[in-house]
Design a protein around this ligand. Structure first.
Ligand SMILES: Cc1ncc(C[n+]2csc(CCOP(=O)(O)OP(=O)(O)O)c2C)c(N)n1
Length: 531
């Protein structure tokens, strides 16, 4: 009979989860014993990095990913990244070692006390199997839970003496199970929405991240084109992916992330159809009407919690791609005037140091068609979106939860999942610190991400927030002498500091084509860059 370890690894194999991210300790070593040749272990030197890499990998592969952490302190270090994974709807199976069962009651050293409670608000399910023989079933349950809508992390605590125990007969059945996580929409609800859309005189589509996650990219384009819908992207802070090509003539820009400004931007619309987003990921608080006068809203989401918590509008609970396909089968060609396309982006004024807008304009010139951006440069998020106008499915990843550290770590996971697409990770020098040891993983596994670091010597976005919040005299917002390029170099990533458009252009072009992890650091002017 096979051991619990053998059956569990067979389960991972069955689900295509042969890459394990982690940071091990003595309580995890028994799981990793006799590590099979067809598996790979990707070491993160700190747990925020291990979880962030797994998050990027899960999102970019579209499959559940496994990250293994070291009992209580390892989980503790990973919590911010687990929070991010939940916001990203990322199907993560998080496991952590636990003391030997005979040691748990006396709470011997390294016992993860209340292991299942610690992670609770940030995971969909958390569990410690009551018997060693239940480990494969518990992990199978975590895989299915993480993969079902809304996708998100599930946690299993694994006592370290479970692995050599003989598995039970029923394990084979658990390994063989599959789940199809999508559910389709109520056909009557779709018919009713199609009618409202056709009867509306000035409707608009708000495209959210889960359009891309669900594989509905082409259907969203087809719907917008057939119905001549102007399209806005859902607000940037909560939008971990793009839902619509931003270079498309129907694209009208990114919705602002606050209550009043959303209503203002959508003024004059009579029907707002939101697909694959919460309604809405607002921040900061700028009060106002929830909807412009005369408007109604319908949201389509696969997340029952998003459906329930929206403060206004009707909702259809369904996989966004399946709902889009169903809607396409019901709506005809609209006879509306097409909206005016957005203006072409402009590079703005030359300056020394460069503006973030000019940096992203330069990046746009060298950015390959099949490139992927992983973004964590808070004060230049909108400038990057506007300058690059990314227009391919799976070309943009952003930490939807707002917890810094996703960018650097997530980019490594995205690149591992998409080895044929060049990944450019755009970071603020402050943001890079939250996953700084990720540079080691990029170098150690030769993951060819190009890191572009914008250095403005401060937490620019927090200075902007201080103005919005009317806060004067807050300390801790300046970052003098933070040498990201030197630190990355010490971890093994070849790094360059450049200034000016020509140097930046050349450095980016050579880094992106190099097939190696490389970093380009560029000084920029401080302040919010909106275009
Ligand atoms: C884990 C975590 N800690 C703190 C913050 C608060 N925060 C948001 S943006 C920011 C500054 C980021 O600085 P930098 O990357 O240099 O970008 P800039 O604002 O200068 O564009 C901070 C500290 C956060 N979002 N996440």
């Amino acid at each position: 009979m096979a051991s619990v370890r053998e059956v569990t690894f067979e389960l991972f194999r069955e689900h295509g989860m042969t890459t394990i991210f982690g940071n091990p300790g003595s309580t995890e070593l028994p799981m990793l014993a006799e590590f099979p040749d067809d598996f790979r272990y990707v070491l993160g030197l700190q747990e925020a990095v291990a979880v962030g890499m797994a998050d990027g990998y899960a999102q970019a592969s579209g499959r559940p990913a496994h990250v293994n952490l070291h009992t209580a302190p390892g989980v503790g270090n990973g919590m911010g990244a687990i929070f991010n994974a939940q916001a990203n709807h990322s199907p993560l199976v998080v496991t952590a070692g636990q003391q030997v069962r005979a040691h748990i009651t006396m709470q011997a050293n390294l016992t993860n006390r209340d292991a299942t409670r610690v992670v609770h608000p940030f995971v969909k399910w958390s569990f410690e199997p009551p018997r060693a023989q239940d480990v494969p079933h518990a992990i199978a349950r975590a895989i299915h839970t993480a993969s079902l809508a809304p996708r998100g992390p599930a946690f299993v605590s694994l006592p370290m003496d479970d692995w050599n125990v003989e598995a039970e007969d029923a394990s084979g059945a658990v390994v063989a199970r599959s789940s199809e996580p999508r559910s389709g929409p109520d056909p009557d609800a779709i018919k009713a929405l199609a009618k409202r859309l056709e009867e509306a005189s000035n409707p608009v589509l708000v495209a959210g991240p889960d359009i891309d996650t669900s594989g509905g990219w082409d259907d969203a384009v087809a719907l917008a084109e057939r119905q001549k819908l102007p399209v806005f992207a859902s607000p940037a802070p909560g939008g971990g992916r793009l839902g619509f090509p931003e270079g498309h003539p129907l694209f009208q820009g990114v919705l602002p992330p606050a209550i009043g400004p959303v209503a203002e931007t959508l003024k004059g619309r009579d029907l707002i159809v939101v697909i694959g987003s919460s309604v809405f990921p607002y921040y900061p608080y700028i009060p106002g009407p929830l909807l412009p006068e005369g408007a109604t809203l319908v949201a389509i989401t696969s997340d029952p919690d998003e459906a329930a918590r929206a403060p206004m509008g009707d909702v259809i609970l369904a996989d966004p791609a399946l709902a889009l396909r169903a809607l396409l089968a019901e709506v005809g060609e609209a006879n509306r005037a097409e909206p005016k396309p957005l203006q072409e982006p402009s590079a703005g004024d030359d300056s020394d140091p460069m503006t973030p807008t000019m940096v992203h304009n330069t990046l746009a010139q060298v950015f390959p068609d099949d490139g992927i951006i992983v973004l964590e440069s808070p004060s230049s998020t909108l400038a990057l979106r506007n300058q690059l106008r990314l227009s391919q499915s799976g070309s943009y990843y952003f930490g939807a939860g707002g917890g810094l550290g996703f960018g650097l770590a997530g980019a490594i996971g995205v690149q591992l999942a998409q080895p044929d697409r060049p990944v450019v990770c755009v970071l603020g020098e402050g943001s890079a610190q939250y996953a700084i040891t990720g540079f080691w993983s990029a170098a150690a596994y030769d993951v060819p991400v190009t890191f572009l670091v914008l250095r403005n010597d401060e937490y620019s976005i927090l200075k902007w927030f201080a103005d919005v919040e009317e806060v004067a005299g807050a300390p801790g917002l300046d970052l003098p002498a933070l040498e990201v390029a030197k630190v990355a170099e010490a971890y093994g990533v070849a790094s360059k500091q450049v200034s000016g458009r020509d140097e930046l252009h050349a450095a980016l072009e050579s880094a992106i084509g190099s097939g190696k992890p490389q970093l380009v650091e560029v000084p920029v002017t401080p302040g919010m860059a909106l275009f």
